[in-house]
Design a protein around this ligand. Structure first.
Ligand SMILES: *Cc1c(COP(=O)(O)O)cnc(C)c1O
Length: 222
């Protein structure tokens, strides 16, 4: 049995160490604890130990777990980190605090309509397909500047930053650097990048949010 609280403490120490190693304030890196596939028995102790920011990749799964947890911890902050279908937008806007996976104009339009209908203006990150992988979610890097502009001007969305998922197994540094440069030239301050296998490198490249799952909660069933 793994102990998620002990693992959380180790991850937080690693984050602080990686930040200090590149001259950054450890407090400038937020940990998004990715709790997908894990139940309340794992999530509750992590909440009790003080962690408040969580990431889930499926709307339905998050709906089954987080309304109860929010009753207990009203200050928790929930990020959607998985693909969002437009037919799930209403549930997503009602439940999440941050949408990290805005990656296409149709989704921008549906999110904007639902946010104004619901009277909730969620922070959104634009997911960029930094590796230009076929079949992978995320806006193409060549179209990203224009898409950011459209999301802001045409849809009046609150775009706070960028997110990427580099190809597994490769060197993620070029992806992280591309994302950081793109954020800078678009005046965006939030950079969600880095997972269990590469969060120290992401921090060295400027990550403000690292999304860490298995290093805290243990491996996931396939
Ligand atoms: C599952 C997931 C993570 C966490 O992955 P780990 O390797 O378990 O840390 C981070 N980001 C996204 C988008 C994910 O789907």
């Amino acid at each position: 049995m793994s102990d998620p609280v002990a693992a959380l403490i180790r991850v937080k120490a690693n984050i602080a160490q990686a930040a200090i190693a590149c001259g950054r304030d450890p407090a400038s890196v937020a940990l998004v604890a990715v709790s997908k596939t894990h139940g309340l028995d794992s999530i509750l102790p992590v909440l009790e130990s003080g962690q408040r920011v969580f990431g889930e990749n499926r709307v339905q799964e998050a709906l089954a777990k987080f309304p109860d947890l929010r009753q207990l911890y009203p200050d928790l902050e929930l990020h959607l980190i998985g693909p969002l279908q437009t037919n799930k937008v209403r549930d997503a806007v009602g439940l999440f605090d941050v949408i990290e996976t805005l990656d296409r104009p149709k989704l921008a339009r549906v999110l904007a309509d639902e946010m104004s209908r619901a009277g909730r203006r969620l922070a959104c990150l634009i997911q960029v397909n930094t590796g230009r992988e076929l079949q992978k979610a995320g806006i193409d890097p060549d179209q990203a500047d224009r898409f950011i502009e459209v999301c802001r001007r045409e849809y009046d969305l609150l775009i706070t930053g960028l997110m990427c998922i580099p190809e597994a197994g490769g060197d993620p540094t070029p992806d992280f650097t591309l994302l950081a440069d793109m954020a800078k030239r678009n005046g965006l301050s939030t950079l969600s990048m880095g997972m269990s296998g590469d969060y120290p490198q992401a921090i060295a490249c400027g990550a403000t949010h690292v999304r860490v799952g298995s290093a805290i909660f243990g491996s996931r069933p396939l």
